[in-house]
Design a protein around this ligand. Structure first.
Ligand code: ZN
Length: 80
């Protein structure tokens, strides 16, 4: 168990849905074991997790593996 860098709260590994970008595309990976602060909710991605996410998406994209599902993402302009 580690401590949060910001609030010194306790952190715990939780399985979360993580969204991130790779080559301009937005991806969501479910059930990623991320270290989360129980107090302020800050997420800590280890280098290993980030690398694994990159590799996972790269591999699946290149071999055309179908995602669980495809979601639409609303896009807005800052100025209305
Ligand atoms: Zn915290």
């Amino acid at each position: 168990m580690n401590k949060c860098y910001f609030c010194k709260g306790k952190t715990k590994i939780k399985n979360l849905d993580v969204d991130f970008r790779w080559e301009g595309k937005l991806f969501v990976v479910k059930n990623v074991p991320v270290e989360v602060c129980l107090q302020c909710g800050e997420r800590y991605y280890s280098a290993i997790i980030s690398k694994k996410l990159d590799n996972l998406v790269k591999k699946q994209e290149l071999s055309n593996i179908k995602p669980l599902r495809v979601i639409e993402v609303p896009v807005f302009n800052w100025q209305q």
